[in-house]
Design a protein around this ligand. Sequence first.
Ligand code: C2E
Ligand code: MG
Ligand code: MG
Length: 557
Amino acid sequence: MDNKNEMFCNMLETVIDNGCYHSIFMWDCKETVQELGSRRIFPEGVTDPFSYFLDNGYIHPDFQAVFSVFYSQLLYSTKEEGADINKLLNLDIKFSENEEFISCNMFVCYIKNDRNRVEKIIVFIRPLTDNERFEKKVVSRFNVDNGSEIFTEAISEIGELGINRVAFIQFDIDRFKHINELYGSDVGDELLKFISDSLDIICGPLQPHCRFSADIFMIVTPYETVERLNEFIRRIESHLSNFKGIDYYFSFGVYLETEFSSCKPSRRFGDCASIARKRIKGNALRNVEYFHNDMERVLFKRSEIEDDMYKAIANNEFVMYLQPKYCISTGRIIGAEALTRWIHPTKGMISPADFIPVFEQNGFIVKLDHYIWECAFRKVRDWIDNGIKPLPISVNVSRAYLREFDAVNALSTLLIKYEIPVELIELEITESIDSEGLDEIIHKFKECGFTMLMDDFGSGYSSLNMLKKTQFDVLKIDRSFLSEFMESDRGRKIISHTISMSQDIGLDIIAEGVETGEQANFLYGAGCDRAQGFYYSRPVPSDDFDKIMFDNLKNYS
Ligand code: C2E
Ligand code: MG
Ligand code: MG
């Protein structure tokens, strides 16, 4: 026996004598289990201790999913050279039928062969100490740890080791919101926790990972070839997909850096992975996208937009356009939606599709929203002051505003400031991910008297489930829903029924993105008499809107 081994055996003896371990056993990852302490927990004939725990229900149900990940990762490490797993797992476990579950700490030690594969393991299981139990309680609601020092430091360590090929993987759960809706947000939380715990197990010491935000996770890992990396992603996916029999899918975005050790880690890597992830969303055939340089343009724009936005608001470069809303049967204009345009001094007109998502991410949307609201209020005030019969204007209220600020207060303050009757201002809110707390806000808006429109209905995030409890007054049918579903007989039936069902439950309906007379006729036939879209008019500057409105009114006076 060489020196190292002797030391190890001595240490092992000390640990066994120590007595705080419930179980210590050695397993060859095939068929022999040897218990090292004085306690015997495995009956004769057990060849696989992990299956034994699982099959007998000795792992508390809350920990079964993560324990299974641990177990399969362990088996994987016996087949793959250099494969590693994290060695520590906290779990609630019992050792015989009649015992209670106890919170334990399981520690695994490897014995590797000369091909760097795991050949044997020694497992130590002991109850958590009081201190550990306390900590567990405190951290049981795990946190978003994006940007934590540990994460950033771990990434730089990879570079310091001289490793050049590094992949930044970002992934999220498709339509995570539906899981919350269907199973309750507790199950949603548990799923996120399961993913986080599983990543702790699957990812080795050189694979820092974190929960990036909401349901978005990030893994940074060295890679040899793209094929191997794809295998890694597939493995992650299959491990993370087994939770309580729920069906869900992931979207992965990957950014590859091939000269990592010589470049500074930057936010850009994560941004690129994120762009790739968003690109693959909605693709029915693939769910992994690699960042390539064509996507760089988007990034470029982002930094330009961020450089320019403050100046833009000070220089009044954001302009309110109005798009009229029509009554289909009479052709009369019944209102307008306020939509932002950015008239940039050198780049010309920038579309909201380019800057709204950036502002939503960096929080600037809050400033912009308030700015455009004020334009809309002022417009209504001008009409009233000039003796023109005012039409209601709807404004968009972003999620970020609702989340961070008191939108109810801000909008009611504007009503007072401009002395506008509340019927003349309508609010459009997109029903999308994380609707937590939204009900209460909508309730407050309604108490103030605002008309509430559910924007982009049918665009993918909304669901019938929402209609059950909604307090919205009006459904705004999304352009993509209209155009896609209009194409088939079946789709047309779905639109018709959506319209009649909404009316049955007392919701008004307006369709947006109406581009053809055929669409307008169809909608009217199906019972929807309001429309907004290019078929009638594009969004136009505020003065042009007045002209359109006067022309339109002439026909009705
Ligand atoms: P939205 O609120 O759903 O607005 C409707 C969008 O559909 C507008 O795009 C409008 O120009 C476009 N549209 C209307 N009719 C048609 C049509 O017949 N065909 C086609 N292809 N498109 C049509 P826009 O102005 O580019 O705005 C895009 C989105 O950006 C808006 O969607 C809204 O979510 C957001 N947005 C625009 N301005 C603001 C704002 O001031 N604040 C906030 N929070 N969001 C805004
Ligand atoms: Mg809108
Ligand atoms: Mg819309």
